[in-house]
Ligand binder design. Structure first.
Ligand code: HEC
Length: 161
C-alpha cells in the first residue's frame, strides 16, 4: 500500500515538472531564449575553468597530483565536445545581453569546431601524460592545453585582459 502511494506521488511529480518545463519553453521570447543560450554557454566555460584551475595551479608550483590532473583534463576534453553546440546560437540581435562573444563566431562554425577539437586533443594528450604519473611530461603538456583556450579567445572573444 505504502509503496503504491509513493509510486503514485512520484508519477505525479514527474508529470507536473514535465508540464512546467513545456510551458516555460513555449513562453520564452526570442530575447529570453538568447539570454538563456548565453547563460548556458557561460556556465559551460565557467565549469571548464573550474576544472583547469587546479591544473594551472600545479603548473605554477602547487603540489603535483597526477590523479586530479588526469581527471580534470578528461572532464575538460568531454565538456569541450559541447562548445560547438553552445556557440551555434547567434545571440547578436540583442544589445542588452551581456556577452564577450564576437559576432564573427556565427559565420565561422567550421573554425569553432576545429578550435574545440584542438582543445579536446590537447586535454586528452595532457591526461595521457598525467596517467603515466610523470610530472615533467604532464606539466610539459600544459602549454598546449592552456594555449587552446587562448587560441579561440584571441579570435572570437572580446579582449578582456
Ligand atoms: C572554440 C572556442 C573556445 C575555446 C576552445 C575556449 N573558449 Fe572560453 N570562451 C569562448 C567564448 C566565445 C567565450 C565568450 C562567451 C560569452 O561571453 O558569451 C568564452 C568565455 C570564457 C569564459 C568566461 C565565461 C563567463 O562567465 O563569461 C571563461 C572562464 C572561459 N571561456 C574559459 C575557457 C578555458 C579555461 C578554456 C580552455 C580550457 C576555454 N575557455 C576554451 C570560446 C572558447
Amino acid at each position: 500500500m505504502m509503496k503504491k502511494i509513493v509510486l503514485l506521488l512520484s508519477a505525479a511529480t514527474i508529470t507536473v515538472s514535465g508540464v512546467l518545463f513545456t510551458v516555460s519553453a513555449q513562453d520564452q521570447t526570442p530575447e529570453e531564449s538568447a539570454a538563456a543560450a548565453v547563460d548556458q554557454r557561460k556556465s559551460l566555460f565557467k565549469t571548464i575553468r573550474y576544472n583547469i584551475g587546479p591544473i594551472a595551479g600545479m603548473a605554477q608550483g602547487a603540489p603535483f597530483d597526477a590523479e586530479v590532473a588526469e581527471r580534470n583534463a578528461r572532464r575538460i576534453a568531454s565538456m569541450a565536445t559541447m562548445i560547438p553546440e553552445m556557440l551555434a546560437v547567434d545571440t547578436s540581435a540583442f544589445d542588452n545581453i551581456e556577452t564577450t562573444a564576437l559576432d564573427s563566431i556565427w559565420d565561422n562554425q567550421g573554425d569553432i569546431a576545429t578550435k574545440s577539437q584542438a582543445l579536446i586533443d590537447n586535454a586528452n594528450a595532457f591526461a595521457d601524460a598525467a596517467a603515466t604519473g610523470d610530472m615533467g611530461a604532464t606539466l610539459g603538456a600544459f602549454r598546449a592545453l592552456g594555449g587552446s583556450c587562448g587560441n579561440c579567445h584571441d579570435t572570437y572573444r572580446v579582449d578582456t585582459d
